[in-house]
Design a protein around this ligand. Structure first.
Ligand code: SAM
Ligand code: DTB
Ligand code: SF4
Length: 361
């Protein structure tokens, strides 16, 4: 492997190549990941997404990590679909706290037609606040993806979760191919793709390599790649699994950054169980997105104040939303001498400035 070649956008990664990245000395891996990061993104900025569970629990799927599966007794209170007004209010609070994207999650195998109609209304309301919108509702058919796109949805989250080889150990009620089909439907509808996985479910390093390789070898890289550390919930089959070595978690972030140079790599679930120092290493490894706000879907996330202090101690800023001011900034940037061929701050083929403004949170 020629380290200088790392950072090109490729869709033909072999397993030995990805395993070789995982096997690099930790400092070398972080060095290359940070270099690739700086060639493609404005350093020290982090995109902030806030989650809301819009329909909780009683899910028919058997994902062994999930507190919302009906197959496991986790003591979770079930909730039907929230009122649109409650979702709008939560979005307004998230915006006021500094988030730029609002992600609505539902414990569905797949949404029904009547759900799509109500969720479309939620999307319109959230968008009206000025936030970017994301939804994660399970499997989608092409026409459903198109309906969500028409309602103004920006991103759809649907994770591969793990490698094709390990997948059957974790979920038996839907196939890996079902997930790939949903990703195709989402992409074909013109939605941006948010797709990643979970580390710490008992998978091998080869499984982590295969997950990231599968993501990178998709026809287009997902715009957003959430890397979750398993949140162990009592009652789920994965509760009590040996925890992941924090350095191995950081390595997974670094390899994701190198394989998908222009994507936002999200430090996702599991931050409550991570020290500030491990989170800092994740940002060093190229993570530039995170979930922000005291709750994920059903489990906890660090307090906003703790995150604000961490950002202050590390000199990190929240990535700004794509606002009219941001668009004007882009025009200025493209016309300026700072923008030259291969400018690291611009998307290569669109000349879109990726980060329009940074703001304190
Ligand atoms: N029900 C929909 C689905 O699974 O497609 C959407 C919501 S589901 C909760 C979204 C993702 O959250 C899962 O694919 C998984 O990657 C992640 N997730 C769920 N429970 C988790 C846990 N305990 N720890 C880490 N990640 C988790
Ligand atoms: C993703 O990759 N992680 C988020 C979001 N996408 C939907 C969900 C994490 C859920 C953690 C367990 C819970 O809070 O229920
Ligand atoms: Fe259901 Fe999604 Fe949880 Fe799987 S991850 S059990 S599909 S809510």
């Amino acid at each position: 492997m020629n380290p200088a070649s790392l950072g090109s956008v490729r869709h033909d990664w072999s397993l030995p190549e990805v395993e070789a990245l995982f096997a690099l000395p930790f400092m070398d891996l972080l060095f290359h990941a940070q270099r690739v990061h700086r060639e493609n993104h404005v350093p020290n900025t982090v995109q902030m997404s806030t989650l809301l569970s819009i329909k909780t629990g009683a899910c028919p799927e058997d994902c062994k990590y999930c507190p919302q599966s009906v197959h496991y007794d986790t003591g979770l209170d079930r909730e039907t679909l929230l009122e649109v007004s409650a979702v709008r209010e939560a979005a307004e609070r998230a915006k006021a706290a500094g988030a730029t994207r609002f992600c609505m999650g539902a414990a569905y195998r797949a949404p029904k037609a009547k759900d799509i109609a109500i969720i479309s209304e939620m999307i319109r309301e959230v968008r009206a606040t000025g936030l970017e919108t994301c939804a994660t509702l399970g499997m989608l058919k092409p026409d459903q993806a198109q309906q969500l796109k028409n309602a103004g949805l920006d991103y759809y989250n649907h994770n591969l979760d793990t490698s094709p080889e390990y997948y059957g150990e974790i979920i038996t009620t839907r196939t890996y191919q079902d997930r790939l089909d949903t990703l195709d439907a989402v992409r074909d509808a013109g939605l941006k793709v948010c797709c990643g996985g979970i580390v710490g479910m008992g998978e091998t390093i080869t499984d982590r390599a295969q997950l990231l390789r599968t993501l990178a070898n998709l026809p287009e890289h997902p715009e957003s790649v959430p890397i979750n550390q398993l949140v162990q919930v009592p009652g789920t089959p994965l509760h009590g699994k040996a925890g992941v070595d924090p350095f191995d978690f950081v390595r997974t972030i670094a390899v994701a950054r190198i394989l998908m140079p222009a994507s936002h790599v999200r430090l996702s679930a599991g931050r409550q169980n991570m020290s500030d120092e491990v989170q800092a290493l994740c940002f060093m490894a190229g993570a530039n997105s995170m979930f922000y706000g005291e709750k994920l879907l059903t489990t906890g996330n660090p307090d906003v104040v703790r995150d604000q202090e961490l950002f202050s101690r590390l000199g990190l800023k929240a990535e700004g939303a794509v606002t009219p001011e941001g668009a004007a900034e882009r025009e200025r940037h493209v016309a300026s001498t700072a923008h030259v061929g291969g400018c690291g701050a611009c998307a290569a083929d669109t000349h879109e400035l990726k980060v329009h403004e940074a703001q304190a949170i």
